[in-house]
Design a protein around this ligand. Structure first.
Ligand code: C5P
Length: 315
């Protein structure tokens, strides 16, 4: 085994994502769907600290001031972050002797890629812990490649910003953006299973006799991003999984409608849900919308965030 570094502990901050466009194509032989997935990283972040330990351990807690329900997050070595640590250790030829402390602010099973974010943070943290040479063996691109083996959304959580994902969503091209967009997120009590939502999407299409079309990137969305046009972005938000999420969780329709009625310039279910994402034109509008949504009582929790922000970052 290679001598490991003297670094004591590494903390990485990692963002949640919202999908600005989620175009779901036909189901593939491997069970995944071909996607056009426009990811956008927002300032709602988990933190993962990696520190040397006797053996691989995972501890999960809610971040200070966060009301995230963490029951249901695996703390054993089948946590995606633990799998990330094992992958990095295997690549570097070291023992995965690390304690991962995860502080969660991203909703669990909320459609904001919280589990993928923690895996991305663990990749970056463990690489820094065990590979702290001037010329690290594992560059950021290598960590994104490792991340793709863990989940379709993991490479984006390493990269951050705004990016178009194709394939399973793991093949990424950064998108040109201008300025900052102001978001309000409405979380729901209880998560939705991503495979169940994709399955419901297939079922609804089959029932309707619809062939899944090959998705294409929305030109209107790309123009709105490049010009910093919040109203254009709000109008272009789309999610092919939304009908499936609403079918499995009909109460979400009330949340989406309330956001629109209360002045959101865009409203969409985030990924596979159940978190709903609302766009506001300015930071002040976002504050007002958040207060109004809170008053309407249509969500478990209301959280404000901005995007785009960087991917997994060592603090
Ligand atoms: O890649 P990941 O493990 O995050 O995917 C979770 C589940 O989401 C998959 O098991 C699959 O059911 C569904 N999925 C899909 N097509 C994609 C990405 C995810 O069907 N492109």
């Amino acid at each position: 085994m290679r001598r490991v570094s003297q670094v004591n502990a590494v903390t990485v901050r990692v963002p949640a994502k919202v999908n600005l466009q989620l175009g779901v194509g036909p189901i593939r032989d491997d069970g995944y769907h071909d996607l056009v997935n426009v990811f956008h990283a927002v300032s709602l972040c988990d933190e993962v600290t990696a520190e040397p330990a006797e053996r691989l351990e995972v501890r999960v807690q809610a971040a200070p001031h966060s009301r995230v329900a963490i029951d249901g997050v695996p703390t054993g070595t089948d946590n995606l972050a633990a799998r990330a640590a094992r992958l990095v250790a295997a690549r570097l030829g070291v023992e995965p002797a690390v304690r991962l402390r995860i502080r969660k602010a991203i909703p669990v099973a909320g459609g904001m890629a919280g589990g993928s974010a923690d895996a991305a943070a663990a990749l970056v943290a463990c690489a820094r812990l065990w590979d702290d040479r001037e010329q690290p063996v594992l560059a950021r691109d290598d960590l994104m490649d490792l991340g793709a083996d863990l989940g379709s959304d993991v490479p984006f959580a390493v990269l951050g910003g705004t990016a178009v994902g194709v394939g399973r969503g793991e093949r990424l091209t950064p998108a040109l953006t201008r300025g900052t967009f102001h978001w309000v997120f409405a979380t729901a009590d209880g998560g939705l299973s991503t495979p169940a939502v994709y399955g419901e999407c297939d079922r609804l299409r089959l029932d309707a006799g619809e062939e899944a079309a090959w998705p294409a990137v929305s030109e209107g969305l790309m123009t709105a991003l490049a010009t910093g046009d919040a109203k254009g972005l709000g109008a272009a938000l789309s999610n092919d999984l939304q009908p499936a999420a609403l079918s499995l969780r009909p109460a979400l329709r009330r949340t989406i409608d309330a956001g629109r009625d209360l002045g959101a310039i865009g409203a969409v279910v985030s990924g596979s849900g159940p978190t709903c994402a609302f766009l506001a034109e300015t930071a002040e509008d976002a504050a007002g919308l958040a207060d109004a949504l809170h008053g309407a009582g249509v969500a478990e929790q209301i959280v404000r965030a901005q995007g785009p922000v960087s991917g997994a970052t060592v603090l």
